[in-house]
Structures are given as structure tokens and as C-alpha cells.
Write a protein that binds this ligand. Structure first.
Ligand SMILES: Nc1ncnc2c1ncn2[C@@H]1O[C@H](COP(=O)(O)OP(=O)(O)OP(=O)(O)O)[C@@H](O)[C@H]1O
Ligand SMILES: [Mg+2]
Length: 420
């Protein structure tokens, strides 16, 4: 015997009206309660416990006014079961000379309040309004918590997506940056070959040797380009290659070829100092060439005035004392925390006697896209790439600089016996 009254739709326009369930087995009090509350809430009514439970299962009841003494299912039992259907329902009990035990039980079952029957209208209104407010507040908190969680999840999702997108962008930019090096070399050699060929009528044997020799370098550089793109593509797929062992002196000889035709090297003095006793490094060869080339080109480009650039290597038979690697206005160390500091170590240095790096610029040089060169001259990605490759190789990168004297970039990586 459920009845429901819907009233004035205007007041529900912006805010859902509270749903009040009136449960009493006597028609009189049921009707008078309906009269009292019909303007304020949406009213649902039940004349027995079972109907009340059924209504609560089908509707989101905010507050129930419940007669404690009913025919059939007792008010206490109904209270318990209503709370079971929805623990957040607020229940105002109507009592008539109940023992304090029953009242205590009702409160233990989390009844919101109890009002003596026959009830005082003002007290009943206050009790229901209070219960309604509590319910709304609770559901608002619930709602907000839920919304907050959704928002957090969404933000997290977006952050990850953005990160992926931005690394992708960086990686594509890096591919272009890195491939630019070998391409410059390739085009340099092609130019040299062209000049040689166009100046001669018919190819002599030494011309052939010259061309063959340059073609070999071109082939190597093309392979380099392919390796670079493969490296980045595998990075996108998050794979890592096993680091093969390369000899330092082989690396230096490759670097020398690359630098020979690099336009940045023009007018500057360049020297590579090979090791007397060669050693291997546990880093991908293309990666290491890329790091050294980036550092060497930077060293050339640090000043248009003619200066000297020197590339050298040192084998360290002891691990580094990392307590001494202090950052300051003239020094920086990167990847100290993940550095595989186990002897033998190889220290590869690129030193220039250019202008040095001012203390206010030094902290910024590894940031992606930071450059002090003109927009057409630098992308500001070089050192960021070096830093990333050093990190991947579990090496350490060090920069020591002094304004007016020059700069030395050093890469520390794990050394290994060369397998011949
Ligand atoms: N050897 C150096 N001497 C002085 N400043 C340097 C040296 N190496 C790097 N820098 C500074 O660090 C900045 C960032 O170098 P990075 O290699 O990341 O970018 P870039 O050389 O400017 O551009 P790109 O590498 O794309 O050509 C340079 O613009 C320069 O200011
Ligand atoms: Mg650079």
C-alpha cells in the first residue's frame, strides 16, 4: 500500500527535492505527516515494514519517519533493514512511552532522532529538516569525493598521454637532430667526390681509389643513419639493445672521419689522442659516436674565433670517489645516482679552449631546446640527447668550465676487455 505524491516541479529545477518516506501502520498520523511535509519534500508512504523496505529498494530515500510500534515487522527491525538497504538513510523514529532500552537500541542502529507520539509539529519539522540536511551533506561529500577521484584519474591519464606525446615529439626531433650529423658528412664527401671527378677527364686509378675510399665512409654514415633511426624506434617501443663492446680507438677513428668534413670544424685546430693500450666500452658504438660528435661540434661552435678542440681518453682502474663530484658554478655532474661506478672505467673527454660557460647559463644547458645560438643555428637538443644516452649507458656526464679558459665535457662509462 504505497502512495506517492509529486508536487511543484519548479522547486526541483535546480536541486533535487529530498525524498521522505513515511512509515506508520495508522492512517491518521501518516496523512498528517504528509500534510506537514508535502510542500518541502517528495513524499512516499508505507503502511507496513515490508512495503517500506520495498520502496527503499526502488527509490533513493533520504529520510524515513518511522513508527517504532507497528503491526507485523517492528519499527526497530524496519530501521535495521532500511539501514541495510542504504546505510546513509536517515531515520527519525516516532515513539510512544518506549522503554529506554528500545530507544537505546534504535540509537545504536543509527536512528537520527526520536520524536514522541503524538508529535509536536515544530519538533517533527526540525528533526526531519536536520536529518535531511545531514543526508544531503553526506551525499554531497560522497559526490564530491567521487568527482574528485574521477578528476584525479582523468588528470593522471592525461598526464601519461601528454608525457608519451611529448617524448614522442622529442624523439622525432632527436632523430632529425642526430641524423643531421651523418648527413652533413655524407653530403660533404659527395661534394669532395664531385669536385674530384668533375676536374678530371676520365677516371685514373688513383681517382678510383679516392672515390672508393670516400664511398666507404659514405656507406658507413648511411649505416649510422639507419642505426640511429633504429635506436630511436626501439626506444619508442621501449626495447633496449644489449650493449656491444667497441674499442675506444676505433670510435676515435670514426669520429675523426666525421669531423673531417664537418663545416663546424673549419678554421679550428682539432686533435684526437688515441689510447696506447686500447680498451672496449660497454656502450652501443653508434650511441657513443653520437655523444662524442655532439660534444665535439658544440666545442667547435662555442666561438667563431679560431680555437683548439681536443678529444682524449683515460682508463681508470679505480671507481670514482663520488663524494668529490660536487656541482658548482663551474662544474656539473649528471646521472650520478644511476652511474655504474665499477672499475675499469673509461673517461672520454672533449676539451676546448673557447669562452667557457657562464655560471648563470650552466644549469640550463641540458634542458631540451635550450640554446644560446641563433634560431637557425641550434635546436638546443644536442646536450639533452647526450645526457639521455649517458643515462641509458649507466654512465656519468661531467662538465667543467671556466669563463675565459674553456670547457671540458667528460663521459665516464664502464670499460671492458676487447675481444679480438
Ligand atoms: N663547449 C661549449 N662551450 C660553451 N658553451 C657550450 C658548449 N657546449 C654547449 N654549450 C652551451 O650549451 C647550449 C646547449 O647546447 P646543445 O648542444 O644542447 O644545443 P645547441 O648546440 O645550442 O644546438 P644543437 O645541438 O641543436 O646544434 C649551447 O647553446 C651553448 O650555449
Ligand atoms: Mg649542440
Amino acid at each position: 500500500m504505497a502512495e506517492s505524491s509529486t508536487s511543484d516541479p519548479d522547486s526541483t529545477k535546480f536541486r533535487r527535492r529530498g525524498k521522505l518516506l513515511i512509515v506508520d501502520d495508522e492512517e491518521g498520523p501518516r496523512q498528517s505527516l504528509k500534510v506537514i511535509f508535502k510542500d518541502d519534500y517528495e513524499i512516499l508512504m508505507a503502511g507496513d515494514g515490508a512495503t517500506a523496505i520495498e520502496i527503499a529498494q526502488k527509490n533513493r530515500i533520504d529520510v524515513a519517519v518511522l513508527d517504532i510500534r507497528m503491526f507485523g515487522m517492528s519499527g526497530i527491525e524496519v530501521l535495521e533493514r532500511l539501514k541495510y538497504v542504504d546505510p546513509a538513510i536517515e531515520v527519525v523514529m516516532m515513539t510512544a512511552f518506549e522503554t529506554s532500552d528500545t530507544l537505546r537500541q534504535a540509537l545504536r542502529l543509527r536512528a537520527a532522532d526520536y520524536i514522541n507520539k503524538p508529535f509536536d509539529i515544530a519538533a517533527m519539522r526540525a528533526a526531519v529538516a536536520n536529518a535531511m540536511q545531514r543526508r544531503t551533506l553526506e551525499s554531497e561529500i560522497d559526490n564530491n569525493t567521487e568527482k574528485l577521484q574521477e578528476l584525479r584519474a582523468e588528470l593522471q591519464g592525461r598526464k601519461i598521454e601528454e608525457q608519451i606525446a611529448s617524448t614522442r615529439g622529442d624523439i622525432y626531433a632527436s632523430i632529425i637532430h642526430d641524423i643531421n650529423g651523418p648527413l652533413t658528412v655524407i653530403s660533404g664527401f659527395i661534394q669532395v667526390i664531385n669536385e674530384r671527378i668533375s676536374n678530371t677527364k676520365g677516371l685514373r686509378a688513383d681517382d678510383m681509389d679516392f672515390v672508393k675510399d670516400r664511398l666507404k665512409i659514405i656507406t658507413r654514415e648511411v649505416t649510422n643513419c639507419i642505426e640511429i633511426s633504429r635506436r630511436y624506434l626501439s626506444f619508442l617501443r621501449r626495447q633496449t639493445d644489449d650493449a656491444p663492446r667497441v674499442g675506444v680507438n676505433q670510435l676515435f677513428s670514426d669520429l675523426s672521419h666525421l669531423v673531417q668534413v664537418h663545416p663546424a670544424a673549419l678554421n679550428h685546430e682539432f686533435e684526437i689522442k688515441p689510447l696506447t693500450h686500447d680498451i672496449g666500452v660497454k656502450v652501443n658504438g653508434t650511441d657513443l659516436i653520437q655523444m662524442l660528435l655532439n660534444l665535439t661540434v658544440n666545442a667547435f661552435q662555442c666561438s667563431p674565433q679560431s680555437h683548439r678542440v681536443e678529444v682524449s681518453a683515460r682508463v681508470l682502474d679505480e671507481p670514482l670517489d663520488l663524494t668529490k663530484t660536487k656541482d658548482g658554478p663551474e662544474a656539473r655532474h649528471l646521472n650520478v645516482e644511476n652511474f655504474f661506478n665499477t672499475a675499469p672505467l673509461v673517461k672520454l673527454s672533449v676539451r676546448d679552449n673557447g669562452p667557457g660557460i657562464p655560471p648563470e647559463v650552466l644549469p640550463k644547458i641540458f634542458q631540451p631546446y635550450f640554446t644560446t645560438k641563433g634560431p637557425r643555428q641550434g635546436t638546443g637538443l644536442g646536450l639533452n640527447i647526450v645526457q639521455r644516452l649517458v643515462k641509458e649507458a649507466k654512465g656519468m656526464l661531467e662538465v667543467q668550465t671556466r669563463v675565459g679558459e674553456g670547457t671540458t665535457f667528460s663521459i665516464y662509462v664502464a670499460g671492458a676487455k676487447l675481444i679480438s
